[in-house]
Design a protein around this ligand. Structure first.
Ligand SMILES: *Cc1c(COP(=O)(O)O)cnc(C)c1O
Length: 379
């Protein structure tokens, strides 16, 4: 079985290679160089966050967030079970305990009405994950956090160029993690950023980013030697990576527009299937502007494997998504659930994601649509 239409194909807009050449010819290819600074400027302008820091991955951004938030052993962190492992790992690495809350049936995001019941004396943070680049109910989440003195760390790994009530994802909580992994909308192979939205956390973030040293102050001439002042790590990507990423950023609008056009076509094409109860299409609340990160359908859980096999036989790389963390070996060992996981279990079993990438042609998409309709009409 060869897959002729893959789920994802990384896209380069054209300037990537020229910028990497410039980075290589410059005398600064380690982190925090000229391209990193330009990427930070773009992120400031396009997310509204005053203090972005590029990281080596979205995972690294979440790990940095856990350090910035000063998460300690025994602390509890509320998050959905229906998410990527990195959201949980980042906190377990600090000795904390992820506490899983069920998801909403429409957006598949954390059900904000269940968060308060999960709060204990040990709760330190809430980690809303914006699934498919569609925002969680941030107003409610921020309100609960303020009332209970919790920090909000957005996992906006899929959310670049998406907004909630006009605010860009990642810029709404105290901290926001972005990913530029090759499967995301804007990419650098591996890459990410942490947005530090609270002024009181910025100095701490600078230290943690620079391996736990006050190197930033040293570079600014504020101290005459730099030294180890806090826990930290090497979170900075090379400036060659930032060079690639800058080119992607500069094409951010056209890349997002290309995703949106494909998303809209899928959405229209599957309206009839949904009306006949064969699948459920994604829901985007009125107040959310999304980046069309991927397109997914929810099908009957007991038919999914057969549907994916049928599509693969036609060369189409449709894929499932997360195995809920509460049912994974590490999740059972390191985390706990709060309440029922009924939506998480049912909906995660039925998710299929369809090919979505900038250069997906009209003919290719037409074949995907035709094949999905045929497969879903089988039963
Ligand atoms: C991709 C992703 C991550 C991890 O990002 P990497 O850059 O791959 O490390 C974390 N959380 C979510 C929700 C993601 O989709």
């Amino acid at each position: 079985m060869t897959i002729s239409i893959p789920f994802n194909r990384p896209y380069a807009s054209g300037k990537e290679f020229e910028y990497i050449r410039q980075a290589c010819l410059s005398s600064h290819i380690s982190g925090d160089g000229p391209f990193t600074k330009k990427c930070h400027e773009w992120l400031r302008a396009h997310t509204g966050s005053a203090n972005p820091f590029l990281t080596t991955s979205g995972t690294a951004a979440l790990e940095m967030a856990a350090l910035i938030a000063n998460i300690q052993p025994g602390d509890e962190v509320i998050m959905p079970s229906f998410t990527f492992v990195s959201a949980a790992n980042a906190f377990v690495l600090r000795g904390a305990i992820p506490v899983f809350v069920d998801i909403r049936t429409d957006t598949l995001n954390i059900d904000e009405t269940l968060i308060e019941a999960a709060i204990t004396k040990k709760t330190k943070a809430i980690v809303p994950v914006h699934y498919a680049g569609v925002a969680c109910e941030m107003d409610t989440i921020l309100e609960i956090a303020a009332k209970n003195n919790l920090i909000v760390i957005e996992d906006a790994a899929q959310g670049i160029c998406s907004a909630y009530k006009g605010k860009m994802l990642g810029s709404i909580g105290s901290l926001g993690a972005l990913s530029f992994h090759e499967t995301k909308n804007l990419i650098s192979g591996e890459g990410g950023a942490i947005l530090v939205n609270e002024a009181s956390l910025v100095e701490r973030a600078e230290v943690i980013w620079q391996k736990g040293t006050d190197r930033k102050k040293f570079n600014q001439g504020l101290v005459d030697k730099y030294t180890w002042v806090e826990l930290g790590s090497s979170f900075l990507p090379s400036d060659m990576i930032a060079a690639f990423l800058l080119a992607q950023f500069e094409s951010g609008e056209s890349i997002t527009a290309a995703h949106n056009a494909i998303w809209e076509k899928y959405h229209l094409a599957f309206e009839e299937l949904e009306s006949r109860g064969r699948c459920v299409r994604p829901r985007v609340p009125e107040h959310c502007t999304h980046n069309a990160h991927f397109y997914h359908l929810i099908v009957a859980g007991d038919k999914r494997a057969q549907i994916l096999r049928g599509l693969a036989a036609k060369g189409i790389g449709a894929v499932f998504h997360y195995v809920p963390l509460h049912s994974s070996p590490a999740g059972i060992k390191h985390a706990r659930v709060s309440g029922s996981m009924v939506n998480t279990d049912r909906l995660s079993a039925g998710v299929i994601r369809l090919p979505m990438w900038v250069e997906l042609s009209e003919q290719q998409q037409a074949l995907v649509i035709e094949s999905v309709i045929a497969e879903l009409n089988e039963f």
